[in-house]
Ligand binder design. Structure first.
Ligand code: ATP
Length: 452
């Protein structure tokens, strides 16, 4: 791993338009980030790959897009109002807030404790006693800020799935086992947002709830751990950067019987990318109880009525994006002893798939031909392509390498004679000559080969 990897990634992200500090012209807003042109593109690619594998390629999972602000009773039923809390301590001297569990684990530095009192890892001041802090963002519906109008921004997308379970079941005519998938924003008033986009207050989740017969929970839990693990590997994640960590009983969420985290080796340590949970029948039972609506399932084959168990897979879009960037970042020395930065992103998630470059900028014919090829390709493909004529060809290749563009098409003098172009591979830097009319097919083929 290169030195100061996080700093290098943060700087590359800002410089090249992946991720910007939010509201920077007003001094920013701590730990809040905006996704620039390439970041937005990469996020969309990650979501598309998730949706493809989790919904399009299966006939037992359907999609959903539910509301962010829902009836507050949902959060009573789900347990989020009473249990969605983190233990908070504050330094009496410098007023920094810490998550007490992380503090005791030494995540902020060596733990200093004397006779049951903990001290601040930053200034040495005494810390307050732990208090519970609810992570849900509160808001008001309508103009009057009254208790009766309180609502919450959803802290997870999962509940939108549970409250729609019956309607999706009947409208899609699915039978158990089947799943509902959803991608959307979630909001958590985190005590210690940190590590760039790893922990923020606003983020996107890719969640799938798989409804099953209670007897089959072990089988489906193992099945989904495997499917989700492979998703990361198939998108180029190195196996040595991933691990599965089963939760110990004491860390299980209030709804979970069993849970495993897929963790990534971040520069700041192994941390969760995705959680796979056996949520049992907790959520549906609670919603049945609080809504007085029957949420049971009638199994025609076994002639039994039951509340389904649920296996959940829950991943963060931004965390995945950060992990994919770290996984892909490489520095090499070229023959001139200059550092070549390459993002070896899987082509499917690379923001730009193809760049079209005229060999020389000051040759009108080359530039015109390159522009024509670019504009034609742009209308024919369903991914982002780029055109660049600024600077030497070597510099332009470097610029594309740095943002992970897998292929560059170069238009040279031979193109004018025989309508062929060179196509350069980011990772091998090898060039091949192909016919202009074959570019799309060539890329499509590579995209297929690259997806296992
Ligand atoms: P953590 O222990 O890191 O707080 P969690 O166990 O609370 O995470 P889950 O509730 O299981 O997380 O959420 C599922 C996924 O949503 C996480 O694996 C992560 O990818 C993403 N996620 C959760 N909280 C955040 C956050 N504050 N910022 C960015 N992504 C998040």
């Amino acid at each position: 791993m290169p030195d100061n990897l996080m700093d290098k990634i943060v700087s590359l992200c800002k410089r090249r338009g992946f991720i910007f500090p939010d509201s920077e012209i007003y001094g920013g807003l701590a730990n809040t980030w905006d996704f620039g042109p390439l970041g937005a593109e990469m996020k969309n690619n990650i979501k598309k790959e998730w949706w493809k594998v989790m919904v399009w390629h299966r006939d037992d999972v359907v999609g959903l897009d539910s509301a962010v602000i829902v009836n507050p009773k949902v959060w009573e039923a789900s347990g989020h109002l009473s249990s969605f809390t983190d233990p908070l301590v504050e330094c009496k001297q410098c007023h920094t807030r810490f998550r007490a569990d992380y503090l005791k684990e030494g995540k902020y530095g060596p733990v200093v404790e004397k006779e049951g009192v903990f001290y601040c890892p930053l200034c040495g001041g005494e810390l307050t006693k732990e208090k519970k802090f609810n992570l849900m963002f509160k808001t008001y519906i309508g103009p009057a800020e009254e208790t009766a109008n309180i609502a919450f921004l959803r802290p997870e997308t999962a509940q939108g799935i549970f409250i729609n379970f019956k309607k999706v079941l009947t409208s899609s005519r699915k039978k158990i086992p089947f799943g509902i998938a959803q991608i959307g924003k979630a909001f958590r008033n985190e005590i210690t947002p940190s590590n760039f986009i790893f922990r923020t207050r606003e983020f996107e989740q890719m969640e799938m709830e798989y409804f099953i017969s209670p007897e089959e929970d072990k089988k489906w839990y193992d099945y989904w751990k495997e499917i989700r693990w492979k998703w990361y590997l198939n998108l180029g994640m190195k196996e040595e950067n991933l691990r599965q960590r089963p939760h110990q009983e004491k860390e299980l969420a209030h709804y979970a019987k069993e849970a495993t985290d897929i963790e990534f080796k971040f520069p700041f340590g192994w941390s969760e990318l995705e959680g796979i949970h056996n949520r049992t029948d907790y959520d549906l039972k609670r919603h049945q109880q609080f809504s007085n609506k029957d949420l049971s399932y009638w199994d025609e084959e076994t002639r039994q009525k039951y509340i389904p168990y649920v296996i959940e897979t829950s991943a963060g879009v931004e965390r995945s994006l950060l992990a994919f960037l770290i996984n892909a970042y490489t520095e090499e020395q070229d023959k001139n002893k200059e550092t070549r930065v390459v993002l070896r992103l899987h082509p499917k998630i690379a923001p730009i798939k193809l760049a079209v470059l005229p060999l020389l900028k000051n040759n009108k014919e080359l530039v015109q031909t390159a522009r024509d090829i670019f504009l034609k390709l742009q209308r024919q493909v369903d991914y982002l392509i780029d055109y660049d004529e600024v600077g030497s060809i070597g510099r332009r290749y470097r610029r594309q390498d740095e943002v992970g563009t897998p292929w560059c098409v170069t238009i040279d003098h031979q193109t004018l004679e025989d309508q062929t172009v060179t196509i350069r591979d980011r990772d091998t830097m090898k060039q091949e000559r192909i016919k202009t009319e074959e570019i799309i097919h060539w890329v499509e083929e590579k995209l297929c080969i690259n997806s296992l």
